[in-house]
Design a protein around this ligand. Structure first.
Ligand SMILES: Nc1ncnc2c1ncn2[C@@H]1O[C@H](COP(=O)(O)OP(=O)(O)O)[C@@H](O)[C@H]1O
Ligand SMILES: [Mg+2]
Length: 223
């Protein structure tokens, strides 16, 4: 099977008040197409840092990330931006929707940035909102939605450009248990329908359901 995402000996140092924080101390992993991988570990163990490097949001101090055969460090800023937009989907703990836009407009945004035409965008955004169970909310502004609904919109947005991988950082962290459960069910459905997922979580339920669990401790994968 062709690996979708490969991390090779990733290191990340942050300079901090004249000292150095070793956030990642050599992390290697491989995610295959169709995987559902959970990244778990105590606060400060480097989970978010790892996810940001995997998603090309930040660059490693050493080591490399490869997405579908392309090394991220070989790309120009422009190419990397394009790759993030078209090949990766991101889901955050606090949703990161644009409050003034409607649910549908939020889902359309990454398509607009990728140059998808208006009519096609609208059709796909509607399909995606229907897929995440929000067909009746398309014209609500983000501020008029509940937390669970906002996260559904964010998931629809992450899928907009048909990414190779969806990366999520604590996607149930702001939600109550029942709403979190609904988001977990949605992730399971996404994965069953073929979406490759890498999810950082404190949620034991998510870790129990994921196909793989990667345990982080002190900037390394614990085995
Ligand atoms: N921008 C930053 N500057 C300095 N230190 C950071 C920065 N981001 C994270 N760190 C440090 O790196 C370590 C790992 O952080 P993080 O990846 O956020 O962990 P986690 O997501 O597992 O809680 C922590 O010690 C944190 O304080
Ligand atoms: Mg974190």
């Amino acid at each position: 099977m062709t690996p979708t995402l490969i991390a090779r000996d990733l290191r990340k140092d942050y300079p901090m008040n004249g000292e150095t924080v070793h956030a990642l101390r050599g992390v290697s992993l491989r995610v295959d197409s169709g995987d559902y991988a959970a990244i778990v570990g105590p606060s400060g163990s480097g989970k978010s840092t790892l996810l940001q490097l995997l998603g090309g949001i930040d660059t490693p101090t050493a080591g490399a990330v490869e997405l579908s055969g392309t090394r991220l460090d070989a790309l120009s800023d422009r190419e990397l931006t394009r790759l993030r937009l078209t090949r990766l989907g991101f889901v955050f703990q606090r949703f990161h929707l644009l409050p003034v836009l409607t649910a549908r407009e939020n889902v359309e945004l990454p398509m607009a940035e990728a140059g998808v035409r208006g009519p096609e965008r609208r059709v796909r955004a509607r399909e995606l909102l229907d897929y995440v169970g929000l067909a009746q909310r398309e014209n609500h502004r983000a501020t008029q939605l509940s937390g669970g609904e906002m996260q559904r919109v964010a998931i629809a947005r992450a899928l907009a450009n048909r990414p190779a991988v969806v990366l999520a950082d604590e996607p149930t962290g702001e939600l109550d248990a029942a709403t979190g459960r609904e988001i977990l069910d949605l992730f399971l459905r996404l994965n069953r329908d073929g979406t490759t997922l890498v999810v950082v979580t404190h949620d034991d339920r998510l870790a129990a359901e994921a196909g793989r669990v990667i345990h982080m401790l002190d900037g390394a994968i614990r085995d």
